[in-house]
Design a protein around this ligand. Structure first.
Ligand code: MN
Length: 197
């Protein structure tokens, strides 16, 4: 099976109380797993079967005949990336190269936070808010549904899932509170720095 469900990089209760064990149990164990299973079913016996996940995402983007493959494969990629973007006792001000690059491209960390949270709040319906490298510059973008900036030639650096399943058990309809907690308590800046390198 070319597409796999990776283990979470922390215990299921590792992000509590900000994201509960129950949310991670469903989000990783049910939602993410379903995308993995569906993607594998859809590529079985096709020329995509032996491709790596990123190639499958890029090759099926915008192809109306492959929309099911794209949606499931991109959701697998997005979720694996999202888990890595968080850690227990994370969040707060950036460190290392990210701190310098954010100051250079946004003027301040506060400005990035404002843009990032705004992207998450204003994504109508399901989707994702991203920090990406676009032509060597950091930029905030949002994508609907399974969208991924890789398909637009951008390099993802950080993502937050704004599908309701990511926060509804813990925050109900308070998406802005979830986004604020993500920034203040959860971001794994070490991972962000590894993506920037
Ligand atoms: Mn999700």
């Amino acid at each position: 099976m070319p597409i796999t469900l990776p283990d979470l990089p922390y215990p299921k209760d590792g992000l509590a109380p900000h994201i509960s064990e129950k949310t991670l149990e469903f989000h990783h164990g049910k939602h993410h797993k379903a995308y993995v299973d569906n993607a594998n079913k859809l590529i079985a016996g096709t020329d995509l079967e032996n491709q790596d996940l990123e190639s499958i995402v890029k090759k099926t983007a915008g192809d109306a005949s492959k929309v099911g493959v794209f949606n499931n494969a991109a959701q697998v990629w997005n979720h694996t990336f999202y888990w890595n973007c968080m850690k227990p006792n994370g969040g707060g001000a950036p460190t290392g190269a990210a701190a310098q690059k954010i100051a250079a491209d946004f003027g301040s960390f506060e400005k990035l936070v404002e843009e990032f949270k705004n992207a998450g709040v204003t994504q109508f319906g399901s989707g994702w808010a991203w920090l990406v490298l676009n032509g060597g510059k950091l930029q905030v973008v949002k994508t609907p549904n399974a969208g991924n900036p890789l398909t637009e030639g951008m390099k993802p650096i950080l993502v937050v899932d704004v599908w309701e399943h990511a926060y509804y058990l813990d925050y109900q309809n308070r998406r802005p509170d979830y986004l604020g907690t993500f920034v203040e308590k959860l971001i794994n800046w070490d991972f962000v720095n590894s993506c920037l390198a």
